[in-house]
Design a protein. Structure first.
Length: 274
């Protein structure tokens, strides 16, 4: 019989390794740079706020929050991303704390933060309810929870659907990340512990890729989940060729004039009940 603690450690190690592949820092900075600042504005982050960015990656939301005058902790499971974030923050003159932490078991006190954020981050923790419980727990009564998550119907949600047949099966109990992009799912996760829930479907404009193959090749080189999918089929050239075609087709279907794409996400803000 396998110890559940041992299984959990193996799962978290797998997640760390996946997000350390390639360069998520490049994706955040070159493809979706405005997402973090959008979340910071929506959550009303300002001077003096105590802010936690959960699954912060390289600081897409944490750095703008610090530049807005907040006292920020950027937490993530992957230390390699935190190291890059520290360097990026220093370049931009932002001062904040970078701490390794699991979104499903945050090492912070109840009600420690005024605003708890996650920008396309916590959605990738496998156990959604455990993560949502932690978001609520560490937010003070009357504080704000702010989330940006890719929708299932949007481009990134469709990307994960495309890669699924080529990827290793998810561990037992893991839920698909794009579920966080469904309003009813997030409301159910947060439950009656929050009020003043506001949800908006918005899109980020991506104009970096002149043609579909350019998107595919960029994500093959930079995006951890895509790199992991290709590694899992590396010994099957026919499968590799099929995934190449499917990713290019996906980008083609979502591209407008000049290759411009709009990637849909769900923006959620909520107030923790007093």
């Amino acid at each position: 019989m396998i110890d559940s603690t041992e299984t959990d450690r193996a799962l978290k190690a797998r997640h760390r390794q996946m997000w350390a592949l390639g360069s998520y820092a490049a994706v955040a900075a070159e493809v979706i740079p405005e997402l973090g600042a959008t979340l910071v504005r929506a959550a009303g982050v300002g001077p003096g706020d105590r802010v936690l960015d959960v699954a912060a990656g390289t600081g897409n939301a944490a750095i703008p929050a610090a530049l807005a005058g907040a006292d920020v902790v950027a937490s993530d499971l992957t230390p390699e991303l935190l190291e890059i974030g520290r360097a990026l923050a220093a370049e931009r003159g932002a001062r904040l704390d970078w701490q390794e932490a699991d979104a499903e078991a945050l090492p912070y006190a109840d009600g420690e933060f005024d605003r708890v954020l996650s920008c396309v981050g916590v959605m990738f923790a496998p156990r959604h309810q455990a993560s949502a419980d932690e978001l609520v727990r560490v937010c003070r009564p009357g504080g704000t929870i702010g989330l940006v998550s890719w929708t299932p119907e949007g481009f990134i949600g469709q990307l994960f659907g495309t890669m699924k047949p080529y990827s290793p099966p998810p561990p037992p109990g893991a839920q698909p990340p794009p579920l966080w992009g469904r309003e009813e799912h997030v409301r159910a996760l947060l439950g009656d512990r929050v009020t003043e829930v506001v949800t908006r479907r918005q899109s980020v404009t991506v104009d970096r890729f002149a043609e579909p193959g350019a998107f595919r090749d960029y994500f093959k080189a930079h995006y951890g989940p895509t790199i992991a999918a290709y590694r899992s089929i590396a010994g099957e050239p026919e499968w590799v060729a099929a995934l190449d075609r499917e990713l290019a087709d996906l980008a083609r279907r979502h591209s407008g004039a000049g290759g411009v794409m709009r990637w849909e996400y769900l923006l959620v803000t909520a107030r923790r009940r007093d």
